[in-house]
Design a protein around this ligand. Structure first.
Ligand SMILES: Cc1ncc(COP(=O)(O)O)c(C=O)c1O
Length: 388
């Protein structure tokens, strides 16, 4: 390819990557004035006390670079939370790194350990940032299915896929887009499989507090035999309804954190200072906030699902996350991409076609809807969906 007589551009390093589906569907929703239940973000604001702390630090001159690893008070607050919730003693100076969102943490962890020729096991449907990061590192994803309707890993298939080239397994629980969660028996199986192997783990736990029906989040940080080989990633964007702030973190043993930080310091170096300071205060002053999240989002899930009882969609209520899959088999023979576009343009409601999270199109016919929305938005969305 050449541009106006300029240099011949090299072939794309990510030839199969286009604009993400989230950008495409949100753009289409805006263009057609549709209700946007596609991209995963709340249409309500984060806690006022937290926003006030950000404004305090912004106006108090705390606007220069933060330490590369994160503001100490925030790393300490994260370590305390991890100890209280998951019983893991974590050293804030050497094992906790604050990042610009979960996305940055995932990218840095992958770049830190994946080499050309390495294999990385991911599960389809897979969050879309994993594979490009693996490919940029020269690795190759081995994609295993999460079979519907439970969407849980088949550990026998994982055992068959493991090889001496398997550098990393990427897990995501609670799981976007399916809403499934890993159980203690899943972690038992994983422990058994990895015993005596050098394979590392990357746990995407950004929805750790959005889990329903009394289930407990099975963080890898609960299991020494797993956390000793794991990067565990979370995001304040999900927990505090502030996805636009892009602050997350990675907890990993010292040796893995050291490699992680070598990448992080050249990707962003450090994340926004006043927000980190505010988050540290809020964690200390409102440790109860995350305890309310399961009920808060379960009420929204239950409301959304109940409102759809008379629709032609069928569903299994999500076990976690703020996403609900709706099966449209009774409604249309279209592909999910076609239907998602048509619903946005003709019916004024935007969703995410789940097939884009797969390597090859899945047998199930489902769309993903985000229910992190005000009750009035959910009601309007349900009215539209029931009329389809
Ligand atoms: C599964 C999963 N991982 C990671 C992220 C990224 O988190 P952040 O917005 O903090 O970068 C998201 C955001 O939607 C997600 O759904």
């Amino acid at each position: 390819m050449t541009v106006d007589g300029g240099p011949k551009l090299p072939a794309s390093k990510l030839p199969r990557v286009g604009t993400t589906i989230f950008t495409v569907m949100s753009g289409l929703a805006a263009e057609h004035g549709a209700l946007n239940l596609s991209q995963g973000f709340p249409d309500f604001d984060g806690p006022r006390a937290l926003r006030e702390r950000v404004s305090h630090y912004l106006n108090d001159g705390r606007n220069q670079y933060a330490p590369m690893t994160g503001v100490p008070a925030l790393r300490e607050a994260i370590a305390s939370k991890v100890a209280a919730l998951y019983g893991r003693t974590t050293h804030p100076d050497t094992e906790v790194t604050v990042t610009s969102g979960g996305t940055e943490a995932l990218f840095c962890a992958i770049q830190a350990v994946v080499r050309p020729g390495d294999e990385v096991i991911i599960f389809d449907p897979a969050y879309d940032s994993y594979e490009p990061a693996v490919e940029l590192a020269g690795g190759r994803c081995v994609r295993l299915p999460l079979p519907a309707p439970g969407y849980r890993p088949d550990w026998n298939a994982v055992a068959d896929a493991l090889s001496d080239r398997t550098r990393l397994i990427i897990l995501n629980s609670p799981h976007n887009p399916t809403g499934s969660v890993l159980t203690a028996s899943d972690l038992d199986a994983l422990e058994t499989l990895l015993h005596g192997r050098d394979t590392l783990l990357l746990a995407d736990e950004v929805y750790e507090h959005i889990i329903f029906d009394g289930a407990e989040h099975q963080s890898l940080l609960r299991r020494p035999a797993l956390s000793e080989r794991a990067f565990v990633v979370s995001s304040f964007g999900k927990t505090y309804h502030v996805t636009g702030w892009k602050i997350g973190y990675c907890v990993a043993p010292e040796a893995l954190s050291a490699e992680f930080r070598k990448v992080h310091q050249y990707v962003t170096f450090a994340s926004i200072t006043p927000v980190q300071l505010a988050l540290a205060d809020f964690l200390a002053d409102h440790p109860e906030h995350h305890l309310d999240l399961p009920d808060f989002y379960q009420r929204k899930r239950d409301r959304f699902c109940a409102l759809l009882a008379d629709s032609r969609f069928t569903l299994t209520p999500a076990a976690g996350t703020y996403f609900q899959l709706l099966d449209y088999t009774a409604i249309s023979d279209e592909t999910d991409v076609e239907l998602a576009r048509r619903l946005t343009i003709e019916h004024g409601i935007a969703s995410i076609p789940v097939s884009v999270f797969y390597q090859s199109p899945p047998p199930d016919r489902v769309l993903r809807f985000c229910f992190a929305k005000d009750d009035a938005t959910l009601l309007r969305a349900a009215e539209v969906l029931c009329a389809i």
